[in-house]
Write a protein that binds this ligand. Structure first.
Ligand code: LFR
Length: 492
């Protein structure tokens, strides 16, 4: 009979995991097979990802599955967006991929707009929010700095595609991950040749575009030999983690917004068509590709990155968990100081704690000292930032937004979920925390005919996980404090 187990490899910008999903009686059962760190690696001032470390952890996950005697129908890989690997004409990687946090692209958009194409034309062509690390600006930076591998790159493969290639020896460009690059036309879902030309590139520098559900290939002979597995198919899922997460939103109807909460907070709605207008341009909203052909109209908000980076520093002094951090925040006095989470000083700072303190000092606010004070400042500011962006979405949506679904690892933070409900004045439904892996698994299940469509997938998520509801409280107080936040937001 048909195999109903699938392996999701889900790589985030701080950790990766291999999750086995099995579908039984319309329910998804999940089991973590492997979890590993994926740190940004700084070498002489430049930031990289360790491609081969990720590859080895994937192979290790396969061995583990094999040891446990589990038979899987397929494997799917999703990762964070925009980053890519350069391959030479011999099919070998030319160097480790740069991380999108590398500061060399910080001034690239302005340079690109003055030298090549205006900001507005760039947006109107792609519908992608302007962010300095988009693949477009990374490639432009390599061209500008005469990066020695740029002219000899035969193929650029985005992260999930590069890893699938290492497993199968087959090259593809999966549509959702490519949609994050700012190189695609969102209406035709193909590369914009004019944009490629400005970079001195053509479509031949990329593998053919495929859509979620396409089989990329089977495990190569060398991987089969090493893992003792058979010719298991590797399937293109939604290679972009956010696209995999959004498809797993346990929504019962279409009247919702989602907040995919991890290192980033991605807040948006599903749209049938791209929305590329004056309004989305000025609000800087993105039109990324959805796993089912819909458009993810969303905005990047600096998310748990703020707290992750602080935790890294706190850990140098004592052992501290996220639960400890939330507990200390709960015990701190509310509404003492706010930050704009998306201020550029927080994008890749040497010390996040110092940046937050400086920000508060420069805006004439209380300068947070303790772990609890800093964490409280981050969580309250995020809740207010969510309100700001949700207000924009309410204007863009042609339907009423009745529920905010918070999905991803950040949805486990009950304090932040409650803060968010209070700030936005709308019901929050939290979970699943493993939305990305679930979406990855369900897209494989769909490819093999085990589930039919998006609504069946979402029904299955609701059958399989516990969701938590948060109703707004103290809304008058939160409204009053929102205007204080806005004043700070405007100041810097
Ligand atoms: C989330 C995410 C975002 C993308 C950012 C950088 O993990 O994929 O969607 O904008 O990482 O690639």
């Amino acid at each position: 009979s048909k195999l109903t187990s699938f392996l999701a490899i889900d790589l985030g910008a701080s950790s990766g995991r291999a999750i086995l999903g099995t579908i039984r009686n319309n329910k998804l059962e999940m089991k973590e097979v492997n979890r590993f760190a994926n740190p940004i690696i700084e070498v002489n001032g430049r930031l990289f990802w360790d491609l081969f470390h990720l590859y080895r952890e994937i192979v290790k996950s396969l061995k583990e599955i094999q040891l446990q005697g589990i038979e899987i129908a397929s494997i799917g890989i999703d990762t964070w967006g925009v980053d890519f690997v350069s391959f030479g004409t011999d099919g070998e990687p030319l160097r480790m991929p740069y991380s999108y946090r590398d500061t060399r692209t910080f001034s690239a958009p302005e340079k690109f707009f003055s030298k090549v194409l205006s900001k507005k034309e760039t947006y109107m062509k792609t519908g992608i929010q302007i962010m300095n690390f988009n693949s477009l600006f990374q490639l432009f930076t390599q061209q500008e700095e005469n990066n020695p591998i740029y002219p000899i790159t035969d193929k650029f493969l985005f992260m999930p595609d590069a890893l699938s290639y290492l497993l199968t020896n087959k090259m593809v460009t999966e549509y959702t991950i490519a949609s994050t690059s700012q190189l695609l036309n969102p209406f035709t879902r193909s590369f914009d040749n004019e944009l490629l030309q400005t970079l001195g590139l053509s479509e031949e520098k990329f593998a053919p575009i495929v859509f979620p559900g396409t089989e990329i290939g089977t495990l190569s002979e060398s991987v089969q030999r090493e893992t003792h597995m058979g010719a298991v198919p590797v399937v293109a899922v939604a290679g972009h983690d956010t696209a995999s997460a959004v498809i797993a939103t346990p929504a019962e109807n279409e009247h919702f917004a989602y907040l995919s909460s991890g290192t980033w907070s991605l807040m948006g709605i599903e749209s049938k068509e791209p929305v590329v207008t004056e309004e989305t341009f000025s609000l800087n909203f993105t039109n990324e590709g959805g796993a089912d052909g819909s458009i993810r109209l969303l905005k990047n908000i600096c998310g748990m990155w703020l707290i992750e980076q602080c935790k890294k520093e706190w850990t140098l002094e004592r052992n501290i968990s996220y639960d400890d951090i939330v507990r200390e925040a709960t015990q701190s006095e509310p509404f003492r100081c706010f930050i704009n989470p998306d201020a550029s000083c927080f994008a890749s700072p040497e010390s996040m704690i110092n940046e937050i303190r400086n920000y508060c000092r420069e805006t004439g606010q209380h300068v947070p000292q303790t772990i609890g004070e800093i964490a409280r400042c981050i969580y309250e500011s995020l809740a207010f930032r969510y309100k700001q962006v949700l207000n924009n979405l309410k204007e863009l949506a042609d339907f009423p937004i009745e529920t905010l679904h918070i999905i991803g690892g950040g949805s486990q933070n009950k304090m932040l979920n409650q803060f968010t409900a209070n700030a936005i004045g709308t019901t929050v439904v939290a979970g699943p925390s493993e939305a990305t892996a679930i979406g990855n698994i369900l897209l494989q299940a769909k490819a093999s005919g085990v589930v039919a469509d998006k609504s069946e997938m979402r029904q299955m998520v609701r059958n399989s996980v516990d969701l938590a509801r948060f109703e707004p409280q103290e809304t008058d107080l939160w409204k009053e404090k929102y205007s204080e936040y806005l004043n700070v937001y405007k100041e810097l």
